[in-house]
Design a protein around this ligand. Structure first.
Ligand SMILES: Nc1ncnc2c1ncn2[C@@H]1O[C@H](COP(=O)(O)OP(=O)(O)O)[C@@H](O)[C@H]1O
Ligand SMILES: [Mg+2]
Length: 225
């Protein structure tokens, strides 16, 4: 699946303040590509990722997946598209505090009808991130690195075609960050999925296919490898 971003603009209107978070961004991300987005704080990285992930709507412009304009999808159709296509990972993990690790991984499946056993699938993913032994732990009983691995298992539970990660290693030490990065790479290799990865870590960015640098809501450089 190819992602096409056309003339994407996002403007926020606050109390007397107008912020042009994204300005006329054009970008094509190829099927199975691994893209790093870098740039200073406030340059529009998270805004871009949220628009790609259909978590927010642009002020102008379009996001197309294999030619399908996701801005035209409404309600259930949009939710279905997101469930089938996109896995999101955040810097702050965003696990549900009252659910166990296993329940967190299963949670995207709760309202869904799927052609596989939900618990088996969630356990398979927890094993894949090396946390089978923690399946009954609450998030508060897990380290940061473990919480992010649970969040990754949750993001991957329906095998999305695209993985969108917003500074997933930003709250972790170097070795845990490296572990998370390796898991993303491994998933991509095993399932032929693409990754859009926002990071401040140039060492990790240099290990992707393409480095996109943003400043003031625009893409300023693209380096292909
Ligand atoms: N919900 C919001 N309301 C108002 N302004 C926002 C909102 N989200 C982001 N912004 C502003 O948009 C700009 C880009 O933010 P963001 O995309 O979060 O940048 P980055 O992820 O690169 O740090 C910043 O100036 C930020 O303050
Ligand atoms: Mg951000």
């Amino acid at each position: 699946m190819t992602i096409q971003i056309e003339n994407l603009t996002k403007t926020y209107h606050g109390e007397g303040v107008v912020t042009a978070a994204l300005q006329e961004v054009n970008l094509t991300i190829r099927e199975e590509e691994f893209v790093a987005i870098v740039g200073p704080s406030g340059s529009g990285k998270s805004t871009l990722l949220q628009l790609i992930g259909t978590l927010d709507v642009p002020t102008t412009g379009e996001v197309l997946y294999d030619g399908v304009n996701v801005g035209k999808l409404k309600g259930n159709a949009l939710a279905d598209f997101r469930f089938a296509t996109i896995g999101f990972i955040f810097q702050q993990f965003h696990l549900l505090p009252t659910l166990t690790a296993l329940e967190n991984v299963m949670s995207p499946l709760f309202p869904r009808k799927v052609g596989y056993n939900k618990k088996d699938r969630a356990q398979e993913l927890l094993e894949w991130v090396g946390l089978s032994h923690k399946q009954d732990a609450l998030p508060s009983q897990l380290s940061g690195g473990e919480q992010q691995r649970v969040a990754i298992a949750r993001a991957l539970v329906n095998r999305p075609k695209w993985l969108l990660a917003d500074e997933p290693t930003g709250n972790l030490d170097t070795s845990n960050g490296e572990l998370i990065f390796q898991l993303l790479k491994k998933y991509r290799k095993e399932h032929g999925s693409g990754i859009v990865f926002v990071t401040h870590d140039e060492r990790l960015a240099s290990q992707t296919d393409r480095r996109i640098e943003m400043r003031d809501g625009r893409i300023i450089t693209e380096k292909m490898r």
